[in-house]
Design a protein around this ligand. Structure first.
Ligand code: 5AD
Ligand code: SF4
Length: 470
């Protein structure tokens, strides 16, 4: 096995020293400069943006959401589907306006999209508004890269291919005060044939349990009530570590931290979700009975061509086992419609599987061709319009099942964590059940960050509505 690469603590110390230097320079006129961080894509990217903000705060920057006020703009991109890339390119192009209005504004583009060589080249040649480009492997040295752009007054591109490393000690500035992301591992080794992630985020590497537990303890001490453990496939956790530890062990260790908080995780690959995992989820009182188990397709032939490592029978056995341990399990999934060559019959297999499993929520996507992936060279004879018909049928099924599942909550009393304000009068608070379902409530804003028992009085496809009973 490839040795786990770690960024030396001295290197991170050096980044902190650079932050202090940058701070001195950018605040020399007595004004606090402002930064804007714009995030696309998954929760891992949200977590990465919290590190970018951590560094920016250390460099003396305040924050804004207005690009006309920002001295530094960082766009953290996603490469999973073409749609996200198009949005990024459109929005980055439009930054010409703010840069003209605010000379000296620096535009940085980072994340998965620019780790693809063809995209870094495109930005280099067609988007002169961009000053700094860096991939996910360079995030730990963002201060050094920004400093270079600021002092050398030239564009910097840092997107060399890499298998990736683990960097501990990057400062984090979290968005919320109630829910927190906690990355437990990075990268992916699964190489599903449609997916670009393994090419841009590198090989699987786990953080040490002690580093994760230290961060979890800090979160609990800071008052966070909901911790989501993040990894592309959390079931691979620990495989690259010298000590014998797996994801279920990690859940049990986080569960042992004293305090009133919940544990969730994303994402679990069906090929290696274990009985031990379900057992542990059921046994750990802080672990939510919520499982995101992406099936991608209900057709065995398509699953094989996707290189998913399971067939529909194995998937259904996993679901049955998980529900045996947790009868109240809230189950969600991802599905790709229109994988190259997917026939009507194969799509119908997906519909049938979904009807059988009855997911609480489904995240559905039309297949998007990704440069350099094996699926990109598979024959793809069906038109976008034909795929759209299937997509609409699947969405309709997903919505009808969600509606039915939500209606079944009516009259029940459930425990929720109140996580924010909605800005609306009638239901001014938002909250989540243990299973992660959204519940709108009416109540005092001071309740944000507390648990409450709620009687569900109404429901829709997307949400539940309730009254606090305690
Ligand atoms: N096209 C469409 N959807 C994709 N996903 C990943 N790659 C692609 C692609 N090329 C979906 C999968 C995955 C989710 C995060 O995004 O369903 O689980
Ligand atoms: Fe992509 Fe598959 Fe890895 Fe998920 S498990 S990130 S879909 S390659």
């Amino acid at each position: 096995m490839r040795e786990r690469q770690v960024i030396a603590p001295e290197e991170l110390k050096r980044q902190e020293e650079i932050c202090a230097r940058v701070m001195e320079r950018v605040t020399a006129d007595g004004q606090r400069p402002l930064a804007m961080v714009d995030t696309y894509g998954c929760q891992q990217n949200e977590a990465d943006s919290e590190k970018l903000r951590g560094y920016l705060a250390l460099m003396g920057y305040g924050f804004t959401q207005d690009e006309f006020q920002a001295d530094v703009i960082v766009v953290n991109t996603c490469a999973v589907r073409e749609h996200a890339e198009m949005r990024v390119l459109g929005n980055v192009g439009a930054l010409n306006h703010s840069k003209k209005a605010r000379p000296g504004q620096l535009v940085c583009v980072c994340g998965c999209m620019v780790q693809q060589q063809h995209m870094a080249d495109k930005i280099k040649h067609s988007y002169p508004v961009v000053d700094l480009v860096f991939g996910p492997h360079e995030l730990w040295r963002f201060p050094e890269l920004l400093d270079r752009v600021q002092t050398k007054h030239r564009r910097v591109f840092a997107t060399a291919p890499s298998d990736g490393a683990v960097a501990e000690g990057i400062p984090v500035r979290r968005d919320g005060k109630v829910k927190a992301w906690l990355s437990i591992m990075y990268g992916c080794n699964n190489f599903c044939t449609y997916c670009v992630v393994p090419y841009v985020r590198g090989r699987e590497r786990s953080r040490l349990p002690e580093d994760i537990l230290r961060e979890a303890r800090e979160l609990v001490a800071a008052g966070y009530k909901d911790i989501t453990l993040l990894g592309q496939n959390v079931n691979s956790y620990g495989k690259d570590l010298p000590e014998p530890v797996d994801f279920a062990d990690l859940i049990a260790m986080v569960n042992d931290i004293p305090g009133d908080f919940r544990i969730r995780f994303m994402t679990s690959h069906p090929k290696d979700a274990s009985e031990k995992l379900f057992q542990t989820m059921a046994a750990c009182e802080k672990c939510c009975h919520q499982l995101h188990l992406p099936v991608q397709s209900g057709s065995d032939e398509i699953l094989k061509r996707m290189n998913r490592g399971y067939d529909s029978a194995k998937y259904l056995r996993q679901v049955a086992l998980a529900r045996q341990y947790m009868p109240d399990l809230v189950l969600t999934t991802d599905i790709i419609v229109g994988f190259p060559g997917e026939t009507e019959e194969q799509f119908n297999d997906t519909l049938r599987l979904c009807e059988q499993v009855r997911y609480d929520a489904m995240f559905t996507f039309i297949y998007s061709k990704r440069v350099g992936t094996p699926a990109a060279s598979m024959p793809d004879p069906y038109t976008r319009e034909e795929k759209q018909v299937h997509f609409d049928a699947l969405t309709a099924l997903a919505n009808s099942i969600s509606l039915e599942k939500h209606a079944a909550y009516e009259g029940q009393t459930v425990r929720v964590l109140i996580d924010g304000e909605t800005g609306r009068d009638e239901y001014n608070l938002s909250s989540r059940t243990d299973g992660g379902r959204l519940v709108h409530l009416k109540g005092d804003p001071s309740l944000v960050g507390t648990f409450a028992d709620v009687k569900i009085t109404a429901s829709s496809t997307w949400a539940l509505y309730g009254e606090i009973t305690e």
